[in-house]
Design a protein around this ligand. Structure first.
Ligand code: F6R
Length: 619
């Protein structure tokens, strides 16, 4: 959601800012803009609605904007329609009708997040003579900084601190003050932002891929902290205006992993990166000297209840993990959507554990759920992909997935890495609880390590799914059904299809279908049955036959050996055999491929589906 970049150094800023923004395009946006300063001169602002390429053309690839200090933004509209006027940067004075040109303003800035009390602040500023040209909450916050800056004739430190105390909501803010050339000021609360320093120059970004090309050593600005960024140096402050010392964090991701590397889309590239994501994650957890999950066995052995809280696909991982943990460890698991959990007054047992799953580590609802669990005094474990993200830093314990940067909006490799991270946790818990022996654990770990090669085998046969997708790309509806663990995988398969191909699809527990939804099954309706669980196989087959007798076209997804599927299904897909607890890691792959190829067949923007953003940092 929205992207922020900043640069202050010795080279021209605009081309660097544009390149950074292009690395953040995957997050979703509807307009973009830059503000660049040349020494003491006023900032020059250029904005464009739509694709970043329009901004690129408007500025001749950045060459037309002279100056070595600048900020840039891709906007995903929240307050006010997508338009040039509402696009960032915003200014404390009046914006030209075109939104572009040199600005006289004292303060110029960009913002990610949402200012909840913007209306109240706007009313206050109106009374003090400010006029507003846009519908955005960002313009309000920029003008509020200006108000404090001028009213008390104080420097940026106090003006920013006062503003931060006054605004409610979430923000990552970048500001340039007219009287402070060569400086970019940044502030953050609940919205990600990092700063990298290299070779006497400084880079700012809301997300790692934007600056990977220049540096992998970054500073994370803490919540409710702000900073002054100058060429090659940064000074951090807390709300009292006192300096805060910080160390850099090294990002292992390399720049190539954030490029397409010859693939047509990031989504298919990331589907192919799943064997590596799974292997790297497992190898980081299962080491020579033990299972690297920081929760002590003494805590785990007395654990009575687990709550898994997440959003979207990460929530689906929780649904799948619920079956594995309950079966292997005999511990109750509740899986909650973070957006619901955060506003419910769920009594949480003291000897329970809340697991937050999040690829980005910045999802607003998941972060709020984590804080709620902590407030209630319950121990929290975060399963996160992005090192140093808010959720990773705030949780009591963190288990990192090693999927590398995930660029496609639709998650694939991060989801697969999360699945095995939770499976690994289940093994550690089962050992602590004594519900499995060391020998059984070893057997299960060997099975987990067989996943990467088995995913490779599924990918070798992707041509069949591609063919199937091209045949069915005109459908309007699809139903994914399964029982038990297969139901959790059906949920993910259905989400993958709908988000990238815009085909309406629903996932149902196969036994639930006949309680209403079966009335939607008609001649030619596509029903995809997931049938990997031995004990539930016959039951799901019966449900598929019920659909078939009402005219449905049946795709059966099962494991090698269950060839009787072909008696009921019109099209069958097989995945290699593996321990039943882990087969979801294999079954999901053909479903990811199906979503991908459906989207390609329909000529859609696979990596950036409409209305979606990569990391949902607002409620
Ligand atoms: C779907 C997808 C989303 C995310 C969800 C949570 O393909 O990617 O449903 O899973 O927005 O995001 P994270 O994991 O970053 O908290």
């Amino acid at each position: 959601m929205c992207g922020i970049v900043g640069f202050v150094g010795h080279r021209q800023a605009a081309p660097i800012l544009l390149e950074g923004l292009s690395k953040l395009e995957y997050r979703g946006y509807d307009s973009a803009g830059l503000a660049v300063r040349d020494g003491e001169k006023n900032a020059e602002v250029v904005k464009a609605k739509g694709r970043l390429s329009f901004l690129y053309d408007k500025t001749d690839g950045g060459k037309a904007l002279v100056g070595s200090c600048g900020i840039g933004h891709t906007r995903w509209a929240t307050h006010g329609e997508p338009s040039v006027t509402n696009a960032h940067p915003h200014v404390s004075g009046n914006c030209r009708a075109s939104g572009s040109g040199e600005v006289e303003s004292e303060v110029v800035g960009v913002h990610n997040g949402i200012i909840e009390n913007y209306q109240e602040l706007k009313d206050k500023l109106l009374k003090h003579g400010y006029r507003f040209y846009s519908q955005t909450d960002t313009e309000v916050v920029i003008k509020l900084v200006d108000y404090y800056y001028k009213k008390y004739r104080i420097g940026p430190i106090d003006a920013i601190a006062k503003t931060m105390v006054r605004v409610r909501g979430s923000y990552a803010l970048e500001l340039m003050f007219k009287d402070h050339p060569g400086e970019i000021w940044v502030a953050r609360k609940d919205s990600p932002m990092i700063i990298g320093i290299n070779d006497g120059e400084s880079y700012i970004a809301s997300d790692v891929p934007a600056i990977l090309k220049y540096t992998r050593d970054v500073y994370y600005i803490g919540n409710l902290e702000f900073a002054k960024v100058v060429p090659g140096a940064v000074t951090f402050y807390n709300l009292d205006g006192d300096e805060v010392k910080k160390d850099t964090t090294h990002i292992e991701w390399d720049a190539e992993s954030a490029e397409k590397a010859g693939y047509e889309h990031f989504m298919i590239k990331e589907i192919h990166e799943q064997p590596k994501a799974v292997k790297d994650t497992l190898s980081s957890i299962f080491q020579e000297d033990g299972i690297k999950i920081s929760l002590p066995s003494s805590f785990l052995s007395s654990l009575s209840q687990i709550y898994i809280v997440a959003c979207g696909s990460a929530w689906h991982v929780g649904l799948k993990a619920q079956y594995t943990i309950e079966d292997l460890c005999g511990v109750n698991v509740r899986v909650e959507m973070a957006s619901e959990f955060r506003y419910r007054n769920l009594p949480l047992a003291k000897d329970s554990l809340v697991i937050i799953i999040s690829q980005s580590g910045e999802t607003a609802d998941s972060l709020a759920a984590l804080r709620k669990a902590k407030e209630k005094g319950v121990r929290t474990l975060a399963v996160v992909n992005v090192v140093g993200s808010s959720i990773a830093r705030e949780a009591d314990d963190t288990l990192y997935t090693l999927a590398g940067p995930e660029i496609s909006v639709a998650t694939t490799k991060a989801y697969s890495a999360q699945l095995v991270a939770l499976d690994s946790f289940a093994i550690k818990l089962a050992l602590a609880k004594g519900t499995i022996t060391e020998e059984k654990a070893k057997e299960l770990i060997d099975e987990l390590f067989s996943i990467p090669a088995k995913i490779e085998r599924i990918l070798e046969d992707k041509g069949r799914i591609q063919w199937f997708a091209s045949k069915f790309s005109n459908i309007h509806d699809a139903f994914f059904v399964g029982r038990g663990l297969d139901y959790a995988i059906a949920m993910e398969g259905s989400l993958k299809l709908k988000e990238v191909s815009y085909i309406h699809s629903e996932a149902y527990a196969a036994g639930e279908l006949k309680h209403g939804t079966i009335s939607l099954i008609d001649q030619g309706t596509l029903v995809i049955g997931i049938l990997t669980q031995d004990d539930l196989y016959e039951k799901t087959i019966s449900n598929l036959v019920e659909c078939k007798s009402r005219g449905a076209y049946i795709m059966g997804l099962t494991s090698c050996g269950k060839y009787s599927t072909e008696d009921s299904a019109d099209f069958s897909v097989y995945v290699p055999r593996i321990d039943q607890h882990f087969i979801g890691s294999l079954a999901v792959v053909p479903l990811q491929l199906l979503g991908y190829y459906m989207s390609v067949s329909r000529g859609l923007d696979v990596d950036k589906p409409r209305n979606l953003a990569k990391s949902v940092t607002v409620e």
